[in-house]
Design a protein around this ligand. Structure first.
Ligand code: PXL
Length: 273
């Protein structure tokens, strides 16, 4: 606040995608586009391009914890999000830090890369549920993650409600099950303190979608950092992701990135200044 302008800050705790479409790179671009100062604690490095992930190396768990400690002691964010966490030790280190977070935490429970490579060790899934979920303000699983985490089959809006409620019972204040892979239109289902809410958009066919989950969760975290309420932050984030997919430029020979320069929908509660 030294310059008199309060810049909201958000922290991402996630893996690196050197091709820039997913992971911390997508998160930081999204924070920036929302007018939020971005901080990033790196959990793992991937070797990848738009054709796929070649290699994954986790960072030492203590190093992850120290990155988080150092940045929040100096520039405390108004929201944080987690992405790929890699190992059980990293999940536990992040959970230990999250216990003392005085700001909302959005958890994107990344299990596999788009190409099907594990970004979370099998023995870390239980740790994620037991130690990190209780500290989550919002959990954002896709259909596959909702199935893996809830043990339910989740292929309809009705099943998404059931899974969201079941996962919410594990501790997150709210759960948004994302329906991007639904057979019909992509509807997301939120279970929160006021009941259920659905968020729908049209399906955009034949556009790249690499990094959609990261970008969506980062956009929600950015909205929360700016003080938006949850439902509004989700609506705005979904609008941003829709436009970022719709206007994606064709980069790379494989599944290319979204357009992180897409416009952020204006906020009805906080009109553009
Ligand atoms: O979209 C999941 C994801 C998250 N984090 C990193 C990734 C990916 C997908 O490839 O590379 C670093």
């Amino acid at each position: 606040v030294a310059n008199g302008i309060k810049t909201p800050a958000a922290l991402t705790i996630a893996g690196s995608d050197p091709s820039g479409g997913a992971g911390i790179q997508a998160d930081l671009k999204t924070f920036h586009q929302f007018g939020v100062y971005g901080e990033a604690a790196i959990t793992l490095l991937t070797v990848q391009n738009t054709l796929g992930v070649e290699r994954i190396e986790c960072v030492d768990a203590g190093l992850v914890r120290d990155q988080i400690r150092a940045v929040i002691a100096d520039i405390p964010p108004q929201a944080a999000k987690t992405g790929a966490l890699g190992s059980r030790a990293i999940v536990e280190a992040v959970a230990e830090m999250a216990r003392d977070f005085e700001f909302p935490l959005v958890v994107d429970p990344v299990i596999l890369s788009g190409g099907g490579r594990p970004l979370l060790a099998p023995d870390a899934v239980e740790a994620l549920k037991a130690s990190l979920f209780p500290h989550a303000f919002l959990l954002m699983p896709n259909l596959d993650e909702a199935e893996a985490l809830s043990g339910l089959e989740v292929r309809s809006v009705r099943a998404m409600r059931e899974a969201a409620a079941k996962l919410r019972a594990l501790g997150p204040r709210a759960v948004l099950v994302k329906g991007g892979h639904l057979a019909e239109c992509p509807t997301d289902v939120l279970s929160y303190e006021r009941g259920f809410e659905e968020f729908s958009s049209e399906r955009i066919a034949t556009r790249p979608t690499h990094g959609t989950g990261c970008t969506y969760a980062a956009a929600v975290a950015a909205g929360l950092a700016k003080g938006e309420d949850l439902v509004h932050a989700i609506r705005q984030a979904k609008g941003f992701v829709y436009d970022a997919i719709r206007t994606s430029c064709r980069l790379g020979a494989g599944s290319g990135p979204l357009n992180h320069h897409a416009a952020v929908p204006s906020s009805p509660e906080r009109p553009a200044e």
